[in-house]
Design a protein around this ligand. Structure first.
Ligand code: BES
Ligand code: MN
Ligand code: ZN
Length: 485
C-alpha cells in the first residue's frame, strides 16, 4: 500500500475472486456481496467475468468491481486486473486497491503484472490527437496484503516497484512508436533520446552523417541516402557497475518510415511502416526502466535511425556497398533495409567488448507469417543466452519463441558481385535475415529478436504495444543478479 492516500479518500476496490467460492477468504461485507451476486445470477464464476457495484451496501468504498480469475497464474491474474481497471477507468475513481480473495499469498510477479496492466490500460495517445478523451481520473494503484505476512509484503512491494518502472518504459516505447513518421523523424528520435538521458541521468552520444561516413558505415548510409532527413546514430549508456564490468548492449532498428525505397512497398497498410522503429522504441523504454530500477550492471543502448525512401539519389537494386565490417553487400532489394542499418551497428558495438548483444527489430514480414502476433521470434546460436531471453519473456508475459539458425539456410544470401547479398529468397525469410545479421556478430555472444508481429497491433486497436520492453528489462535484471546465461 502506498503511504500517501491524501486526495484519494475512498479508493475503488477491485476484488479478484478465484472461481471456486469455497476457497474465498472471509472478507466480511465484501464476501457477502459476492456470494449474493453469484446466488442471484449477476456474477458468473468464469475466468474474466466481472460485476461493477456502485455504492455497495455496507462498505466505505463507493465503487467495487469483482473480477473472476480461474487461478493465480500470471495470465489469469493480469487479465483480471486489466478487465477491472478498464471498467474503473471510466468511473470517477481516482485510486484503486486490488485485493485477492483466494488463500494463496501473492508474489512479486502479481505486483508487477498488476502495475504494468494498470499502466497499459491508462495510456492514451494524444500527441497528434488533441480530441482524444481526457485523461481518466484514475491514477493510483495499491495492492492490499496481510501486513503480518512480511514475506508477501516484501515480494509484492518489489513487484510493484519493478512493474512501475516497466510500465513507464512500455508507455514511453508506445508513445514513441505511435508518433507518425513526420513527427518521429530520426532527428526527433535523437531529441527524445537526449531528453530521456537528461531525465534519467544517462550518458548519450549521437553521431551524425559525417561521423558515420568517417567510420565507414556504408550499409547504413546507403539506406539513408534516399531521404532528406539526416540519419542519426544514438548511443545511450547506463552505468550501474564498475567501469571494467563488460556491458550488455541492446541494438534497436530505428527506421522511422519504411517505404521500401526503390523496391517500393504496395500502398495498402504502408502507414504501419511508421512503426518500423519499434526496436528503437523498445531500447529507449528498456533504458528508462533500467535507469529507474538501478541494477548493478552496465547497459548500452544503440539506435541506428534513418528513413527508407525512394529518390533520385536513393540506393538501387544491384548497388554494392561496403559495410563497416569491410564486407561488401549487394543490395538486391532496397526493402530489406533493416539488416543494412543493423549490420553496421552490430560491428560498431564490438568496441564495447560486450558480455552479450541483443538486437531488436521489426525485421521481416516472414516472421509474422511464421509466429503471428503472440511470440517474438528469437534467434541465437548461444543456448544459454537464448534460454535467458526465453525465460525473461515467459515470466513477464512478453514471450519469444526460438527459431532455427542453421547455416544451411544462408545459401540464398550468396552474391556474384559482393561478399553477401541482402536477401535470400522468400522461404524462411525471417531466418535468412537473422543469418545475414549473424555474419557481423562473431566478436561476442549475440541474439536477435524479430518483433515484426509483436511491436504493434493493426485494425481498430491500431497502435504500438511497447513490446518487448518487459522481456528486455527482465533479461537485464537477471544478468545483474548473475543468473545463468
Ligand atoms: N519493416 C519491414 C518488415 C515488416 C513488414 C514488418 C511488414 C512488419 C510488417 C522490413 O524492412 C521489410 O520490408 N522486410 C522485407 C524483407 C524482404 C524484402 C526480404 C519483407 O519482410 O518483406
Ligand atoms: Mn523494408
Ligand atoms: Zn523495415
Amino acid at each position: 500500500m502506498p503511504e500517501d492516500w491524501s486526495g484519494h479518500a475512498t479508493p475503488a476496490w477491485l476484488i479478484v475472486l478465484p472461481s471456486d467460492p469455497k476457497t474465498w477468504r472471509p472478507m466480511g461485507a465484501i464476501a457477502d456481496l459476492a456470494h449474493d451476486a453469484v446466488r442471484h445470477g449477476d456474477l458468473e464464476l468464469k475466468n474474466g467475468k466481472q460485476l461493477y457495484l456502485h455504492r455497495p451496501a455496507g462498505l466505505k468504498a463507493q465503487r467495487l468491481v469483482f473480477v473472476v480469475a480461474s487461478d493465480l497464474g500470471a495470465k489469469a491474474w493480469r487479465g483480471a486486473v486489466a478487465a477491472g481497471v478498464a471498467t474503473l477507468k471510466n468511473s470517477g475513481a481516482s485510486a484503486v486497491v486490488i485485493g485477492w480473495a483466494g488463500p494463496e499469498p501473492l508474489g512479486d510477479l502479481h505486483g508487477e503484472l498488476a502495475t504494468t496492466a494498470f499502466a497499459d490500460a491508462l495510456y492514451t495517445y494524444r500527441h497528434t490527437k488533441p480530441s482524444a478523451p481526457a485523461a481518466a481520473a484514475l491514477g493510483k494503484l495499491a495492492i492490499a496484503v496481510d501486513k503480518t505476512d512480511k514475506a508477501q509484503l516484501a515480494a509484492v512491494r518489489a513487484g510493484l516497484a519493478r512493474g512501475t518502472a516497466i510500465g513507464a518504459g512500455v508507455t514511453l516505447a508506445r508513445e514513441c512508436a505511435n508518433r507518425p513518421g513526420n513527427h518521429c523523424t530520426p532527428t526527433q528520435l535523437a531529441a527524445q533520446a537526449r531528453a530521456l538521458a537528461e531525465e534519467q541521468g544517462l550518458a548519450i552520444e549521437v553521431l551524425d552523417r559525417k561521423a558515420m561516413a568517417k567510420l565507414g558505415m556504408g550499409a547504413l548510409l546507403a539506406v539513408a541516402q534516399g531521404s532528406d532527413e539526416p540519419p542519426q546514430f544514438i548511443v545511450l549508456r547506463y552505468e550501474g557497475a564498475t567501469r571494467k564490468s563488460a556491458p550488455i548492449v541492446l541494438v534497436g532498428k530505428g527506421i522511422t518510415f519504411d517505404t521500401g525505397g526503390i523496391s517500393i512497398k504496395p500502398a495498402a497498410e504502408m502507414d504501419e511502416m511508421k512503426f518500423d522503429m519499434g526496436g528503437a522504441a523498445s531500447v529507449l523504454g528498456t533504458m528508462r526502466a533500467v535507469a529507474e530500477l538501478k541494477p548493478k550492471v552496465n547497459l548500452i543502448g544503440v539506435i541506428p535511425t534513418c528513413e527508407n525512401m525512394p529518390d533520385g539519389r536513393a540506393v538501387k537494386p544491384g548497388d554494392v556497398v561496403t559495410s563497416l565490417s569491410g564486407q561488401t553487400i549487394e543490395i538486391l532489394n532496397t526493402d530489406a533495409e533493416g539488416r543494412l542499418i543493423l549490420c553496421d551497428a552490430l560491428t560498431y558495438v564490438e568496441r564495447f567488448k560486450p558480455t552479450a548483444v541483443v538486437d531488436i527489430a521489426t525485421l521481416t514480414g516472414a516472421c509474422v507469417i511464421a509466429l503471428g502476433h503472440q511470440h517474438s521470434g528469437l534467434f541465437s546460436a548461444d543456448d544459454a543466452l537464448a534460454d535467458s531471453l526465453l525465460g525473461a519473456g515467459r515470466r513477464s508475459l512478453d514471450s519469444a519463441w526460438r527459431m532455427p539458425l542453421d547455416d544451411e539456410y544462408a545459401d540464398g544470401l550468396k552474391s556474384n558481385f559482393a561478399d553477401v547479398g541482402n536477401v535470400g529468397g522468400r522461404a524462411g525469410g525471417a531466418i535468412t535475415a537473422a543469418l545475414f545479421l549473424k555474419r557481423f556478430t562473431s566478436a561476442y555472444r549475440w541474439a536477435h529478436l524479430d518483433i515484426a508481429g509483436t511491436a504493434w497491433k493493426s485494425g481498430a486497436a491500431k497502435g504500438a504495444t511497447g513490446r518487448p520492453v518487459p522481456l528486455l528489462t527482465h533479461f537485464v535484471l537477471d544478468q545483474a543478479e548473475g543468473k545463468a546465461g
